[in-house]
Design a protein around this ligand. Structure first.
Ligand SMILES: [Zn+2]
Ligand SMILES: [Zn+2]
Ligand SMILES: [Zn+2]
Ligand SMILES: [Zn+2]
Ligand SMILES: [Zn+2]
Ligand SMILES: [Zn+2]
Ligand SMILES: [Zn+2]
Ligand SMILES: [Zn+2]
Length: 256
């Protein structure tokens, strides 16, 4: 071990350890840096205003209150390594100190993230990086986004369903950081917005007013309740249904 160590400065100790071959140099400082949005070991130079930000969301939040504009992630050309402060062209490994500036790195989105537990992957059709594990998603061309494999051949396609704002909070859904829910009708909204809507006893899609939940279980329970309810004597008679050519007890089933 050589070089001065500063108490609490783990990166310095790690760089020393890396020099001594104990730790892979690329892993130095992993998961220890970043912003509230991402763990990463670099900042980005915004191509629009030439200022340095931890990530594009930090940029968009900072500019929201003033010179309102959003970053085009693909246009980012330069980053600044957080460990050695070297400004350099976008790439995974720092040209100066040799760390991975992001354990996950996408050359198209200029995207860095040390927290690979999120299962990041780049969808060519979406044109952006997504989370949740490539194996758990497929790209629905008609809906224009990646959907859970559970929905493959099993959902109502709505043209560009995800390329709209959430009908509850109006955030653009396509590249939202929050999870989304596909309703029975094919319209989409944030999962949290959906849960809030249900918590307020609203079960219909705000866009098309169709039932948003799969209520099969709910109707079954109602049916059981009706069957378990003894009809008052006055209603216990049979009516002829000419259409069906049969008799049926009047005990109307719930509408679906
Ligand atoms: Zn900018
Ligand atoms: Zn950020
Ligand atoms: Zn560096
Ligand atoms: Zn990407
Ligand atoms: Zn996709
Ligand atoms: Zn679809
Ligand atoms: Zn929302
Ligand atoms: Zn709908």
């Amino acid at each position: 071990m050589g070089g001065a160590q500063f108490p609490g400065d783990n990166d310095v100790a790690e760089v020393d350890a890396a020099r001594d071959g104990e730790v892979d140099r690329r892993d130095v400082g992993k998961m220890k840096h970043g912003c509230e949005h991402y763990r990463r070991r670099c900042k980005i130079v915004a191509p629009c205003c030439n200022q340095v930000f931890p990530c594009r969301h930090c940029h968009n939040e900072a500019t929201a209150s003033g010179d309102r504009h959003t970053i085009c992630r693909q246009d980012v050309e330069k980053v600044v390594c957080l460990l050695c402060e070297t400004k350099q062209p976008v790439s995974q490994v720092c040209i100066s100190c040799g760390v991975n500036m992001g354990e996950y790195f996408c050359d198209i989105c200029k995207f860095y993230d040390d927290d690979t537990d999120k299962g990041q992957y780049h969808c060519i059709d979406c044109g952006i990086c997504r989370v949740g594990g490539k194996e758990n998603f497929f790209h629905c061309v008609k809906c224009g986004s990646c959907y859970s494999v559970i929905l493959r051949d099993n959902h109502q396609c709505v043209e560009n369903s995800m390329r709209q704002n959430c009908p509850i909070c109006y955030e653009y859904l396509f590249d939202s950081l929050q999870g989304t829910r596909v309703l029975n009708c094919g319209h989409t909204m944030h999962l949290t917005c959906f849960e809030e809507m249900v918590a307020h006893n609203k079960y219909t899609c705000p866009i098309c007013s169709k039932t948003a939940l799969d209520l099969t279980h709910h109707w079954e329970m109602l049916d059981q309740e009706i069957e378990a309810t003894i009809m008052p004597l006055v209603y216990r008679y049979k009516v002829f249904f000419p259409v069906f050519g049969c008799f049926a007890t009047i005990a109307t089933r719930s509408q679906r």
